[in-house]
Design a protein around this ligand. Structure first.
Ligand code: ISC
Length: 449
């Protein structure tokens, strides 16, 4: 079975596919002349993905060879079970860089029920696309995935011809224009929310919580997400870029600065990214803001909580763990405090196990995690959906890479809903935190204007 429209659905509650039935995924690859990635994902009502890393890997995918989805607290395990059914008998003929991967992500919390603007975004959902174009230092590759060799080869050849007919370059265009914006949280509500969180911090229920806001942006014209991402690439070249479009019309996209995890064999790299100051108008002003952040006891404490939580989560899985020096991460509109963290895994782990262990770090959740989540749930008046949650890919070996879905928005029709948050610790000032959240809306908002 190899349906062009839906692919095989491996949902957690589908009992018709026995757990141990090997599925026979076949993939075939061939090298390509360069093609326009934007043009490949420029389709409507079809599942599409785009993934690009600061390290230089870029992937676009179309169609669904296999779909995996799950809900509930064991959603990470359920996806892994479905992945092993899909990938165990994989027959890939092509270089390693061109291998098939499953792309997707998770909602922030496992209680998530998809509804507008998150229609079609389950608590966990991944696809192995039927067509992948992969660009890296090893060249540009086209990979076709099917359920038997003839189908994969036929698809490969058909798409090779089709891509040759596409423009090699596509203009990235201009923003669609903003008609109006609507906040979920007024400045007065925000002050109340932050003060209530500060009270909880004083009482000792929590030490840190990341509170977020959402901003619904009504557009003059519908947004062209691939073009928006191309413009974001120029502004934020050292950030991830992603697009996940499901076949019901919703597209989650963004340019997050934060890596949740990358895993290759037994090597894991992650980071703590927390603490923010604006960019300055001049290099001197930039440096002064950065120096303020380095000197701030409050920011150091806020950041330290993230480093400690990541260390505690990774240590039981690692034979060696290194925490690097804190540095300044400078982006076009904001600067952050960043600590790279790396580990060698003790045994064999799937990247999804690491994702599960780390998410949510206190850079997007809080300390302690359960009480912080309760504060988020009781405070925020909107659904975080996939905002601030893991988004990325894994392969048949259990390797993969995930970013944190920040500096992001979900687009449908003429609306994009943006999300941004900020870490609240003792001594946080509601007005400063408000300003910080507005800065974090800017990457996407600036490209929509
Ligand atoms: C929660 C967000 O940012 C996180 C990442 C970097 C700095 C952060 C901060 O300083 O609060 C946040 O932890 C967001 O962008 O919505």
């Amino acid at each position: 079975m190899d349906q062009s429209s839906g692919g095989r659905r491996l949902t957690a509650d589908t009992e018709s596919l026995p757990v141990d039935e090997p599925t026979d995924l076949v993939s075939r690859s061939r090298e390509l002349e360069d093609v326009s990635f934007g043009a490949i994902v420029d389709a409507e009502q079809e599942s599409r993905i785009l993934w690009a890393t600061p390290g230089g890997l870029e992937v676009v995918g179309r169609g669904v060879a296999v779909r995996m989805s799950a809900r509930g607290p064991d959603r990470f395990d359920r996806i892994r079970e479905q992945a092993s059914r899909a990938f165990d008998a994989l027959d890939h003929d092509g270089p390693h860089v061109a291998r098939p991967r499953a792309f997707g992500g998770f909602s922030f919390h496992d209680e998530h029920e998809p509804g507008p603007p998150w229609t079609g975004f389950d608590a966990a959902s991944f696809v192995v696309p039927q067509i992948l174009v992969i660009r890296s230092e090893d060249g540009t590759w086209l990979t076709a995935v099917g359920t038997h060799p003839e189908a994969a080869i036929e698809r490969l050849e058909r798409w090779h011809d089709r891509l040759a007919a596409l423009p090699a370059m596509q203009p990235s265009g201009t923003g669609p224009g903003v008609t109006s914006t609507q906040r979920t949280t007024s400045p007065a509500d925000w002050t109340d929310q932050v003060e209530a969180a500060l009270e909880q911090i004083e009482q000792g229920t929590i030490t840190k919580v990341v509170l977020a806001q959402s901003l619904s942006v009504t557009l003059e014209n519908s947004v062209h997400v691939p073009g928006t991402l191309e413009r974001l690439r120029r502004q934020y070249p050292n950030c991830y870029r992603f697009l996940i479009a499901n076949d019901t019309g919703g597209t989650f996209f963004g340019a997050p600065p934060e890596r949740l995890v990358s895993k290759r064999d037994n090597r894991v790299e992650t980071e703590a990214l927390a603490g923010s100051v604006p960019r300055g108008e001049t290099p001197e002003e930039d440096d002064a803001h950065a120096a303020d952040m380095l000197d701030s006891e409050k920011v150091q404490r806020e950041h330290g909580l993230v480093v400690e939580a990541i260390r505690n989560q990774l240590e039981p899985l690692a034979s060696e763990l290194t925490v690097d020096e804190r540095t300044i991460r400078r982006l076009a509109t904001i600067q952050h405090l960043q600590t790279p963290i790396a580990a060698t895994l003790e045994g064999e782990s799937h990247v999804l196990e690491i994702v599960e262990a780390l998410h949510p770090t206190p850079a997007v959740g809080g300390v302690p995690p359960v009480a912080a989540w309760e504060t988020i749930r009781d405070t925020e008046t909107f659904d975080r959906g996939w905002y601030a949650a893991p988004v990325g890919w894994f392969d048949a070996d259990g390797d993969g890479e995930f970013a944190v879905g920040l500096r992001s928005g979900v687009a449908s029709d003429d609306t994009v809903t943006l999300f941004a948050g900020s870490g609240i610790v003792a001594d946080s000032d509601p007005d400063d935190e408000w300003d910080e959240v507005q800065l974090k809306f800017r990457p996407i908002l600036d490209e929509l204007r």
